[in-house]
Design a binder for this molecule. Structure first.
Ligand code: GLC
Ligand code: CA
Length: 510
């Protein structure tokens, strides 16, 4: 297990929207290099970079055309290596996004595989035996290539699924077992890509749809086995490299598959949603002043997963990511402050989505860009300062419009505002780094009675109290110590914490 993870705080950068260094309207790698000090100044010591590979951008780069080449609009491979080096000089790590489940249909492998002529790439993707063979339980593209067969897609129609085999074979005439040499070759191809970028200085990968590899694999044992093999390769060849999975099943992702971290995603009805998103735009979430949230629902899902994976890996809370509406679509400013206090004091390795530190807003009603659809509103350019495109780009045609409202938050107008989300985020991250109780593998004891809100949790000798409610509330405690941090008003005395509406208190016991 790479030691650096224990005190890592990640920043997710959506490269096309972060900073445009050459005025063509699209964020780029040199722009990220220019802003590294900014990211570091937030307290983030690691970055997850969304895909920067060559792509036709039907799904914003999750449709890879060449895994070995940086998309020209972002720069060159040399620029990316310079980013690794610059980050390492500042003691920061960079994870690339690995998309192992599918490629773009413009990828050369697919161009060869879809030909009628048999080749060593014919089994790189999943084709049925003839175009008349289209079982409805599989997502197939039919009748659009020379080869006599339909091919399976993973996500959008432009993303044919790579072939890692089938765990349960329902159509032996075209489905291969994962042990088939051609499926093993797919695994080797992905490992080769990983080695290529790790050798150039990448510090690991965020793995896209990590559970999607082997088909008909309900318990995911066959998929996990592949990742175990990848983890063994890392342990042997790149012991400092880390992998975080887009899976949201810590038991499988961490214990079975060997990921170092697994994202706690917003899957409908799970603990993450119950905390921050549940109901009609968050009205049934724990962090809503109306008190209708289901804390027990969160605890009963999260705590067993935490206990089962503790010591083996980290569950990653995130402020948001590029796939869901920003938290500002759901909650008021004070609530968002409390949410950040929660995310950056829980165990695991936290992720901050670019712009969330200044409270960037979800932009509704934008026309979809590069396969974003409803996600487009969370992918708008970073807001740096007053002026053209809020400092993102000098171009007249930015990648997406910036927030046009008069009071659009920017780094410039939030940074020195004592009442800002920025202040809470940076304070929390700084406190987390300084206090090892709050590091990734520090203890957690969640204190809640039948899901009652307010609630508290203890991490070593540090105790966090939360009152997300819109009314004053009390919580009894045996904790005695010094106030480290406060949001809103809360006082501890005589075995009780008296909390004003929407408040937070952190105590360090002496
Ligand atoms: C993941 C990515 C998402 C992408 C999809 C297909 O969910 O986060 O952005 O569209 O996979 O690759
Ligand atoms: Ca640019």
């Amino acid at each position: 297990m790479p030691k650096w993870l224990n005190d890592a705080v990640f920043y997710e950068i959506y490269p096309q929207s972060f900073y445009d260094s050459n005025g063509d309207g699209i964020g780029d790698i040199n722009g990220i290099i220019e802003k590294l000090d900014y990211v570091r100044s937030l307290g983030c010591n690691a970055i997850w970079l969304n895909p920067v590979y060559d792509s036709p951008f039907m799904d914003a780069g999750y449709d890879v055309r060449d895994y070995y080449k940086v998309a020209p609009r972002y720069g060159t491979n040399e620029d990316l290596v310079r980013l690794f080096e610059a980050a390492h000089r500042k003691e920061m790590k960079i994870l690339l996004d690995l998309v192992p489940g599918h490629t773009s249909d413009t990828h050369p492998w697919f161009q060869v595989a879809k030909r009628a002529k048999q080749s060593e790439l014919s089994n790189r993707y999943i084709f049925t035996k003839s175009v008349w063979d289209a079982p409805p339980e599989y997502r197939l593209m039919c009748g659009i290539c020379e080869r006599d067969g339909n091919y399976m897609v993973n996500y959008f129609s432009s993303q044919p699924a790579l072939n890692y085999g089938f765990n349960v074979i329902t159509h032996p005439e075209w489905q291969l077992p994962p042990e088939h040499p051609d499926c093993q070759q797919t695994v080797e191809a992905i490992k080769a890509i990983m080695r290529f970028w790790l050798d150039k200085g990448a510090d690991g990968f965020r793995v896209d749809m990590a559970d999607s590899l082997v088909k008909n694999d309900d318990e995911k044992y066959a998929t996990a086995k592949i990742w175990r093999g990848v983890r063994e390769m890392l342990d042997k060849e790149y012991p400092e490299a880390a992998m975080v999975s887009e899976w949201c099943h810590p038991d499988r992702a961490i214990n079975d598959a060997g990921f170092h971290m697994d994202f706690y995603l917003d899957h409908y009805g799970n603990g993450y949603s119950r905390l921050f998103r549940f109901g009609e735009w968050g009205d049934l979430s724990v962090f809503n002043p109306n008190g209708l949230g289901d804390l027990k629902g969160f605890a009963e899902e999260y705590l067993p997963a935490y206990n089962r994976t503790k010591g083996n890996g980290f569950i990653s809370f995130m402020t948001n990511n590029h796939d869901m509406p920003r938290v500002s679509a759901y909650h008021d400013k004070q609530t968002i402050k409390l949410i950040n206090a929660f995310i950056f004091t829980m165990p695991g390795v936290p992720f901050l989505y670019y712009g969330d530190e200044i409270g960037m807003r979800y932009q509704r009603d934008l026309i979809s860009k590069e396969g974003g659809f409803s996600r487009t509103g969370s992918r708008t350019p970073m807001q740096w300062c007053q002026g053209k495109n809020l400092g993102f780009s000098t171009s007249d045609k930015p990648y997406l419009p910036v927030d046009l409202s008069d009071d659009a938050p920017t780094v410039e107008n939030q940074k020195d505002d004592p009442d800002s989300i920025y202040r809470i985020v940076t304070d929390m991250i700084a406190i987390r780094h300084k206090n090892s109780d709050l590091h990734g593998n520090g203890e957690l004891e969640f204190v809640y009675k039948d899901g009652e809100i307010p609630f508290a949790y203890r991490r070593g000798s540090t105790v966090m109290f939360f009152n997300p409610l819109g009314k004053e509330a009390e919580i009894s405690t045996d904790c005695v110590g010094d106030v480290v941090y406060k949001i809103g008003e809360a006082v501890i005395s005589d075995g009780k914490v008296k909390m004003q509406p929407q408040s937070f208190l952190m105590i360090k016991e002496n």
